[in-house]
Design a binder for this molecule. Sequence first.
Ligand code: PEP
Ligand code: MN
Length: 264
Amino acid sequence: MNLTDLKNDWIKSFPAPLIIAGPCSAESEQQMLDTAKRIKESNKQVSIFRAGIWKPRTKPNGFEGVGVIGLNWLKKVKQEFGFQTATEVANAHHVEAALNADVDILWIGARSTVNPFTVQEIAEALKGTEKIVLVKNPVNPDLALWIGALERLLGQNILNLGAIHRGFSTYQKTKYRNNPNWQIALDFKSQFPNIPLIVDPSHICGNRTGLKGITQEALNMGYEGTMIETHCNPDEAWSDAAQQITPEVLAEMISDLKLKNSDM
Ligand code: PEP
Ligand code: MN
């Protein structure tokens, strides 16, 4: 089977466009439940709650995630507010713990997508899963690595796949934290129109002001969804503080989006 043969009907079980929101990192049970409660109260359109439990940080000795305890908090978010839940997995241990905790959606982060051994390890640990698995683009602008990661998952009979466009790192500073290089994502989209493509404006922008514009641009190009880092107290976030927004700002932003073919 090839990637082009996939049906990817999973996306149809969510309102369109798919909206994923939640903090960059799980920090405490209270932060998770407060954020989820406020997302639920202010947003009708959010289907999936995200939170990183294991955080791939560029430098050592910083906050690297709360670890497995955060999986209990994701479970509570699901029980109390009915969101499906999503987290990043970066090795076979993460996969095992996330599957045991019944996390609904797993994603492979940009720093893992660059490494075929890591992707292969994750794919084998997930073998045959019916969970939704989303693959972020690699940090470097390499379309083949992105596609290769999806092929490795498909090779383990993982059929509910999606792609997340989070932008590409550059040495020279631009107005973006990660340059969108739209053409790479559009090439992906034209090769695999059947694989849901979700934009991650938070990691593209690295700030709060650009989020709406990037999301709108992506939706105009036919992306199926967006993943936006949302925190109950963004200024105090333990990671990616500058780009996170409150649930109420998220609600305002979503209501300002111009949508075609939407269920909203
Ligand atoms: C994240 O989503 O918080 C994250 C670490 O993303 P990326 O892999 O895109 O850097
Ligand atoms: Mn982040």
